[in-house]
Design a protein around this ligand. Structure first.
Ligand SMILES: *Cc1c(COP(=O)(O)O)cnc(C)c1O
Ligand SMILES: [Zn+2]
Length: 413
């Protein structure tokens, strides 16, 4: 199993021994998120193609570079190894060399967040902690509550009052203690931070706890393996706090350090027009992100005060990537378009990545031979209300064939 050898601050580069620091860099405070590093030479020696071929199809197949040393603490839910669909006709239609869609909504609670929760709960158990907590726009919450339930941990979850009903229902079903915070995600985050400090709970916030990104990075590792190590040129992913995009970069960086890939795809982040502080910082070349408003239909990326901005900016800048912003209208219209062209039904934040791709392709910003992957981060059933806004009405008919024919004619279908 994996054993981190060092923690390194993204901002100042300070090194720490695992165990010396639990969350962020003491010198840089909350902004100083840490990278978890391993003995890559050893990992390379153990993680051979032959070894991988015999391992379970879940994120735990990359155990050498995951921060969990005792397999007894691995929660029994199956996470990761979500499908990567090759969508060649859509690729032709949008004028790129290839299009892949990674359907991360297929994880057990319906989003990419499960990758982080699996690792977070395993670590909490390994550390002998009994209670775990987080603030979330919704999915990290549903995910944590599911994994805490199977891991036998108590969970406290802070979500903004406006979180979609399906996500709140998931939380309650799994038995989490749910706190609906009267305010937005930033308010939920502040309250969670204060409560975690006061009560000494284990912190699952992905921008604070460096081990969580380690779980999410397996999405990148899978993309590498599922494309037969012939990586896409560019990857689109939506960006809220910045943990998911930062984790793609971390996953590919690890593979690069192990000599398993020649370079990292251009990581391209997509933000909503109403919540795009990282987009702004990238555009203006700023070295810090200024916090701004957050108002978008894509609740999972409705983040005005992104906590993992340093990892997000690094991911885009170090890979010659890009940032795109899309309107709510573009996000909503992307939901049915993505579903109809690729079969994948994403929640608004998941479809946002596709909206960003469609926009750049439409503007002629992608090469005609460029091979592109899109990560759909969450399942469409998470937010039915938004999905319904993006489509027409069904035909309503009396249970008689005459009525049906009449309605059919009227509908023009
Ligand atoms: C959390 C989430 C995101 C954004 O991830 P960050 O790490 O906050 O940038 C995107 N899509 C979905 C579905 C999410 O749940
Ligand atoms: Zn630092």
């Amino acid at each position: 199993m994996g054993k981190p050898v060092e923690l390194r601050c993204v901002l100042c580069g300070a090194h720490y021994k695992p165990g010396e620091v639990e969350y962020t860099c003491p010198k840089c405070g909350l902004d100083g998120t840490l990278d978890v590093l391993y003995d890559y030479r050893q990992a390379r020696a153990d993680m051979t193609a032959r070894a991988l071929a015999e391992r379970p199809l879940s994120l735990w197949r990359y155990s050498e570079i995951l921060p969990v040393s005792n397999p007894d603490f691995i929660p029994p839910l199956s996470v990761g190894w979500t499908p990567l669909y090759e969508c060649s006709s859509a690729a032709r239609e949008y004028g790129v060399g290839m299009l892949w869609v990674k359907d991360d909504g297929r994880n057990p609670t319906g989003s990419l967040k499960d990758r982080a929760s699996a690792v977070g709960v395993a670590r909490a158990l390994e550390l002998g902690r009994r209670t775990i907590a987080c603030a979330s726009t919704g999915n990290a919450a549903s995910s944590l509550s599911g994994f805490a339930a199977v891991g036998g941990l108590k969970s406290f979850i802070f979500v903004p009052e406006k979180a979609p009903a399906a996500k709140v229902a998931q939380l309650l079903v799994y038995g989490a203690a749910v706190i609906l915070v009267k305010g937005d995600y930033a308010d939920a985050f502040s309250l969670a931070t204060a409560a975690i400090e006061k009560y000494g709970w284990y912190n699952r916030n992905c921008a604070i706890n460096p081990y969580l990104v380690e779980g999410k990075k397996t999405c990148a590792l899978e993309i590498a393996e599922q494309t037969g190590w012939d990586l896409p040129d560019r990857i689109f992913i939506s960006v809220g706090d910045g943990c998911c995009i930062g984790s793609l970069y971390k996953g590919f960086s690890d593979l690069l350090a192990m000599g398993m890939i020649p370079g990292i795809p251009k990581i391209t982040g997509v933000q909503a027009e109403g919540a795009r502080p990282i987009f702004e910082a990238f555009r203006t070349g700023a070295d810090r992100v200024s916090f701004g408003p957050a108002d978008t239909v894509a609740d999972s990326i409705s983040v005005g005060a992104p906590r993992n901005w340093a990892k997000a900016l690094r991911a885009v800048r170090n890979t010659d990537g890009d940032m795109v912003s899309v309107s709510d209208e573009e996000i909503l219209s992307a939901i049915p378009e993505l579903a109809r062209k690729t079969g994948v039904f994403g929640e608004p934040a998941g479809a946002a990545a596709f909206a960003g791709f469609r926009k750049m392709a439409g503007n002629g910003q992608l090469g005609k031979d460029e091979r592109v992957a899109i990560v759909v981060t969450g399942n469409g059933l998470k937010d039915i209300e938004s999905a319904r806004k993006s489509v027409g009405a069904p035909i309503v008919s009396e249970p008689e064939i005459e009525s049906f024919s009449e309605q059919l004619e009227r509908s023009g279908m």
